[in-house]
Design a protein around this ligand. Sequence first.
Ligand code: ZN
Length: 207
Amino acid sequence: MNSIQKLTEYFADFPGIGPRQAKRFVYFLLTKNKAYIDELTRTMNTLGLNVATCSSCFRFFQKNTFSKDTTCDICSNENRQQEASLVIVCRDVDLENIEKAHVHKGVYFVLGGSVPILEKNPEQKIRLKELTSTIIARANNKDSFEIILAMNANPEGEHTTDFVEAMIKNLNIPHIKISHLGRGISTGTELEYSDPDTIKNALKNRS
Ligand SMILES: [Zn+2]
């Protein structure tokens, strides 16, 4: 396999990228000079070194080379920790988009994926064990605690919402209130592509 084919296969593996688009990326790179390619390769090489997974919300965050921080900037913010609300999202991009709306004052939990309909092992698709211990730990020292389920408004997102909601109810913690993003995010919409105003309204109109 030559390097054009090989790189095309890598790009075709990216989420949402088909083989034709993947090939366009490769030809785009072929038009770039050596400095551009060197910088791109260097950035990819350092990605794993500078980026860590937050031990609290499980999002990826940029680590300071010399710091031993294990939590991201949101989780290490004491004011946000005090808030009695937790937003659960499927992926990092969803968290980032909700942050842009500047409405949620509490913390997050990133599931790391969603649960496909008819999935036989749903617990392997998302961070279920970690979510359970996070909820128990967070809800324990609060009088009331709100969990906002912020999944995509498509069938897989709704299936994930149902699955996570059933799990939370199973924990039998009486002072937990579960809410969902309200209308505003129309059916079929992915959070990733929603603008800040839409997300702001969906959070305000949660029920
Ligand atoms: Zn975090």
